[in-house]
Design a protein around this ligand. Structure first.
Ligand code: FAD
Length: 431
């Protein structure tokens, strides 16, 4: 029967890596059935919670992911956190193969004194806040200061700088959350410094894609050349906004205010470059510079977390050790996306990488390396989840939430007003 021939695949995570892996498997194997488990009640990972609201065109990939989810051989199970609600060994038992595509949910610490002071936050949390990530929805960053310092000069740092400096009326018709827009409207931040350890050429060259330069130019043009309306012109006269890049600076300490209660600046070590080509390193010259500011955003990278004690994890590199997506020493277990490669690369990179993982899995199947005989797939997991009181959100459930968000957005001319409270989402679904 078809039941017996079905190749049962489990994918963990519904960001680009999860969806592109599923797409590849469904296309290349006519008997594959793919279940995608996601800890959030809603799909799409960083496409929803990372990509900046003023870059809606990037989110068009959601249409492709939606097509994949509509396949009769694919199912989405949101509101299921793997490692907590169900374990990886349980999934491996229920499926022929498991692909871990759970991204990089943590941020790298600065590891400097003062990092814990109020007024310091990770760019990751800031991005999560303006994009409606449930765990960051109450961040409410204090934008009452006039200078913000962003430590880092990568794509995320540039997104954050742009959001801080873009006149709020330009964000009104994006899917930025209502709460974030409210805070940004009251913002008194006039100056944003982007601090990097190395120089302009390294920023452009190490990332190897034209995007950072495009973004930099975009930021520059938007804040420097846009003609303001009368109201905006008046506001700018009293609060002109500026930004700048500080190269060859490495953070040493977050400086406290005199009462010690919050951040009042950053101490930077001046660096210079040593070595050539790929071996170029920034080394301190011994000079220091203090940069006063009321807000410090650390943007020195995302980091994956281990998901389950049964899965090997390289905590130094922050990835699952693997060879082309095959998890080391665990047959039938694969990985794709940021948890496989580390937290760099755009959606297109993630797509190529995920297709490759899919290909390796199918090669292994052909070579007889995956378990033979039927596997129960979701039927077994559903029983476990229901015994644990977990109620998954299906893709059609998500489409109800999606319609609700779009309807709420329409009232104020936005493409959607994101639901940010998981309890409210589940209530709307009658869960
Ligand atoms: P993610 O997108 O993070 O997806 C991982 C998914 O796994 C998430 O939905 C998460 O909730 C889920 N998950 C985590 N843990 C569990 C668990 N235990 N159980 C179940 N599910 C779990 N790329 C572009 O091309 N253009 C852009 O403009 C762009 N902007 C970006 C802006 C920011 C701020 C960031 C951080 C990245 C941006 N990128 C952009 C890069 C792009 O987002 C990544 O390449 C891509 O999202 C990586 O895909 P992923 O599936 O590996 O990870």
């Amino acid at each position: 029967s078809t039941q017996e021939k079905t190749l049962q695949i489990c994918v963990v995570g519904s960001g680009p890596a999860g969806f592109y892996t599923a797409q590849h498997l469904l296309k290349q194997h006519p008997q594959a059935h793919v279940d995608i488990y996601e800890k959030q009640p809603v799909p799409f990972g960083l496409v929803r919670f990372g990509v900046a609201p003023d870059h809606p065109e990037v989110k068009n990939v959601i249409n492709t992911f939606t097509q994949t989810a509509h396949s009769g051989r694919c199912a989405f199970w949101g509101n299921v956190e793997v490692g907590r609600d169900v374990t990886v060994p349980e999934l491996r038992e229920a499926y022929h193969a498991v692909v871990l595509s759970y991204g990089a949910e943590d941020h790298r610490a600065l590891e400097v004194p003062g990092e814990e002071l109020p007024g310091v936050c990770s760019a990751r949390a800031f991005v999560g806040w303006y994009n409606g990530l449930p765990e960051n929805r109450e961040l409410e960053p204090d934008l009452s200061c006039d200078t913000a310092v962003i430590l880092g000069q990568g794509n995320v740092a540039l997104d954050v700088a742009r959001i801080l400096l873009t006149p709020p009326e330009h964000l009104e018709r994006t899917d930025i959350t209502k709460a974030a827009l409210g805070v940004l409207r009251q913002s008194r931040v006039k100056t944003v410094w982007l601090v990097g350890r190395r120089g302009p050429l390294q920023v452009a060259f190490t990332i190897k894609v034209p995007r950072p330069r495009k973004r930099l130019t975009e930021l520059l043009l938007r804040t420097a050349t846009e003609k303001p309306g009368p109201e905006e012109a008046a506001r700018r006269a009293s609060a002109s906004r500026a930004w700048g890049l500080r190269f060859f600076r490495s953070p040493q300490q977050v400086l406290p205010s005199p009462d010690g209660r919050r951040a009042a600046g950053v101490r930077l070590a001046v660096t210079r470059l040593e070595g050539v080509g790929e071996a170029t390193r920034a080394v301190p010259t011994g000079d220091m510079e203090d940069l006063p500011c009321g807000l410090v955003l650390s943007s020195v990278g995302y980091k994956s977390r281990p998901v389950d004690p049964s899965v090997p994890f390289d905590s130094k590199l922050g990835v699952i050790p693997n060879v082309e997506g095959r998890v080391m020493d665990v047959p039938g277990l694969y990985c794709s996306g940021w948890v496989k490669r580390g937290p760099t690369g755009v959606i297109a990179t993630t797509m190529t990488d995920s297709f490759l993982t899919g290909q390796m899995l199918l090669q292994d199947l052909k070579a007889g390396l995956l378990p033979s005989g039927p596997r129960p797939g979701y039927a077994a997991i559903q029983a476990l989840l229901s015994s644990r009181g977990v109620r998954p959100v299906s893709f059609s459930d998500w489409e109800k939430l999606d319609a609700e968000e779009v309807a709420r957005g329409q009232r104020t001319g936005k493409p959607r007003e994101k639901l940010v409270d998981p309890q409210e989402m589940l209530r709307l679904l009658g869960h």
